[in-house]
Design a protein around this ligand. Structure first.
Ligand code: ADE
Length: 254
């Protein structure tokens, strides 16, 4: 997958050149190309922004440098995302949709945003990473890139990791434990140590249900809505969790 990022601050993109994503680039699974919008300013001071027509605070990024950068990278016909708190909030469904593309262009805005004509002409889709405002689109772009990249085959060490995870299956993830078996008087739940895979799977399912019911009730309701898709054993666990009160996060139920 090839991702073009248009930004005034290419030097910010260290995190997506490091760790798992850095390795993905080395393996040729992912290519992240950074383009500095300032390089496409025709102004002698390399100016990229100006005061908004109609007044108001802040500055607006002018269309010409962004048009120049988009033309230079060959953005015509590619999916263009503009990171903006005005956009629809990113979720795993959107991430999955974007991860199927061969090419993606991400435009990062700064100040009060970009001239609307950029978005209209290039048919950019606005995407937000949450209902809070950041100083620019760079951190949101990195969040988007990370979430998309981890779904590309070969990026995660364990091919199953992305699929197994909770948002994917519609539940929050069960708690995880590793060595030692007892730490500072806190034992690992017995069921995880006894090697009975059926009991272990049931425990994981029950824990995921309990957490989801307590923390994300709307997600829990959506998950259990279609009862017929569950096995008899699963239905029994669901009914058990439904019978708990709201104090489900007590750590005793096994
Ligand atoms: N730019 C500033 N805030 C943002 C947000 N929450 N999501 C996406 N882009 C942004």
């Amino acid at each position: 997958m090839k991702i073009d990022v248009l930004t005034l601050f290419p030097e910010m993109f260290v995190p997506v050149k490091t760790s798992m994503l850095g390795k993905a680039e080395e393996k040729g699974i992912l290519e992240i190309r950074l383009t500095d919008i300032r390089d496409f300013s025709n102004n002698k001071h390399k100016k990229t922004d100006d005061y908004p027509f109609g007044g108001g605070g802040g500055m607006v990024m002018m269309p010409d440098p962004i048009f120049g950068a988009l033309e230079h990278i060959g953005a015509k016909g590619k999916k263009i995302i503009y990171m903006s708190p005005r956009g629809k909030v990113l979720d795993e469904e959107k991430v999955k949709e974007l991860s199927q593309l061969d090419d993606l262009v991400i435009l990062c805005g700064h100040y009060e945003g970009v001239d609307q004509r950029v978005l209209d002409y290039w048919e950019a889709e606005e995407v937000s990473i949450g209902d809070y405002v950041l100083t620019g689109g760079e951190l949101p772009a990195m969040v988007l890139i990370d979430s998309v990249a981890r779904l590309l085959p070969g990026v995660l060490g364990n091919e199953n990791s992305a699929m197994e995870e909770s948002i994917y299956s519609g539940l929050l993830e069960h708690p995880q434990y590793t060595q030692p078996r007892e730490y500072e008087g806190m034992p690992v739940p017995e069921v995880l140590l006894n090697g009975n895979h059926k009991l272990i799977e049931e425990w994981k399912f029950r824990q995921a249900l309990r957490l989801t019911k307590a923390r994300r009730p709307e997600m829990f309701e959506a998950f259990i809505a279609d009862r017929e898709r569950f096995t008899k054993a699963e239905k029994k666990i669901i009914d058990e969790v439904l019978s708990y009160g709201d104090e489900v996060l007590k750590d005793d139920a096994e």
